[in-house]
Design a protein around this ligand. Structure first.
Ligand SMILES: [Zn+2]
Length: 432
């Protein structure tokens, strides 16, 4: 009698690709009323989905969800980049990590986990900063998805990808899908270089960080956050007037923590911890696992639609509000003609001839649409002020007290560069 398969054999996991992607193939084998223009069902689109390279930036709350979603949706050549290591506070929502992974690089652990869980998917991790990589690296990808919590990193990747695009070479066109969450709120958006609004176009939509009333911080603290703000905003500058508090420097955070703990004890407040201290200093808003899941799902769905054309991609910004039920709204965010990244135009800035260079720089820093930190300014002939390196800073510092009328002509172009930006902004001075 021939060997009959036993029950356990019948239940063994079926890993042949046809089965793994069966439901996905349902969408790719035939066209439908929602298919995008130019959609061609069949083997080619399946092969393309399995072979294109997709980059996930960030392997945190959104990144874990994105890697899982993309792997289960048929993307089989995924790359992930993240500079962080796993902290015990990540474990409540970053579900690809276990307690035994604490201290290891997020990108590597996340990649290994998903590859083990979804055979046939290759995930290539990179443990480091996005700025470590150049255009050669980014040019290999068809789609880039960002799951970041930093404005600086988003601006950098947005400007880098926009700069890479050469209209004569379609290969250089890289859609960015950007997801972001803040507590119960989140958004996903699609950035098509020079076609839709880029990240820089909408920079003034950024909400101001949470602040507490200064009198509460100074006199009547009730929350652990008030004690941390007191230590970081009031005490730090008194003790270290020359040094800017750095939220990523553990010695700085430790100092603030000690001060805040002493104050909390004095006012009988509990709950000051290292992670809360860093959270308040860096203005980190608590992440909700379900918000991450929803926003990441939206990003992965859009990636699938862009990759396959099997449905029309979102146009172009979806906001999600989860604090009173589930509310979403999709609208078309407009491009800004004078966007310093995708507009290619100059920005006119009015100024008084008598205004000092220092005052002029301060006004540029205050502008919400630029979001500069320590800008350097030069004209086509001279350096007006260079924030770095130190020798140049010293050489150009005397210009700060000079009047604009002495330094530039009416209508002259000033190139503004900043550590926060991989591109420069061209400002035209207009004397009034
Ligand atoms: Zn733009």
């Amino acid at each position: 009698m021939p060997n009959m398969p036993v029950q356990s054999d019948l239940r063994a996991p079926i890993l042949v690709p046809e089965e793994r992607w069966r439901d996905i193939y349902t969408y790719l084998d035939r066209t439908g009323p929602f298919a995008n223009e130019g959609f061609e069902p069949g083997e080619t689109v399946k092969e393309f989905l399995h072979s294109l390279k997709i980059l996930v930036i960030g392997a945190g709350g959104l990144g874990c969800e994105l890697l899982k979603d993309l792997a289960l949706m048929g993307f089989t050549d995924i790359h992930v980049i993240d500079m962080d290591t796993i902290d015990v506070s990540n474990l409540n929502r970053q579900f690809l990590f276990r307690a035994s992974d604490v201290g290891k690089p997020k990108a590597e652990v996340a990649a290994a986990f998903v590859m083990k869980r979804v055979p046939g998917v290759k995930i290539t991790p990179y443990f480091g900063k996005i700025q470590d990589k150049d255009e050669d690296y980014y040019s290999q990808f068809t789609i880039i998805i960002c799951g970041l919590d930093s404005v600086v990193a988003r601006r950098w990747i947005n400007a880098t990808v926009a700069n890479m695009y050469d209209e004569d070479d379609p290969e250089t066109f890289k859609p960015i899908i950007d997801g972001g969450t803040e507590g119960f709120k989140g958004q996903s958006r699609i950035i098509l270089p020079r076609m839709t609004a880029c990240y820089e176009c909408s920079l003034d939509m950024q909400t101001k960080p949470t602040t507490y009333p200064m009198c509460t911080i100074a006199n009547t603290p009730r929350l652990p956050e008030h004690c941390i703000e007191w230590a970081s905003v009031l005490e730090w500058p008194k003790v270290f007037p020359e040094t800017k508090l750095d939220g990523d420097d553990s010695e700085h955070i430790r100092w603030v923590l000690d001060k805040a703990t002493a104050r909390a004890t004095e006012f009988n407040i509990s709950g000051v911890s290292y992670s809360l201290t860093q959270g308040v200093v860096k203005n980190i808003i608590p992440a909700i696992a379900s918000t991450n899941a929803i926003v990441a799902a939206s990003c992965a769905t859009e990636a699938f639609k862009i990759a396959t054309n099997s449905a029309t991609a979102m146009n172009n910004y979806m906001m999600y509000v989860g604090d009173q039920g589930v509310y979403t709204y999709t609208f078309e965010l407009q491009r800004k003609d004078d966007c310093p990244v995708c507009g290619g135009a100059t920005v006119k800035v009015d100024c008084n001839k008598m205004e000092t260079l220092e005052g002029f720089i301060e006004r540029l820093v205050d502008r919400k649409d630029f979001q500069l930190k320590k800008p350097s300014l030069r004209t086509s002939t001279t350096s007006l002020y260079m924030a770095a390196p130190r020798a140049l800073e010293q050489a150009t510092r005397p210009n700060l007290t000079k009047q604009m009328g002495e330094l530039v002509e009416n209508g002259e172009e000033i190139t503004v560069t900043d550590e926060a930006l991989p591109i420069s902004i061209c400002v035209v001075v207009r004397f009034v």
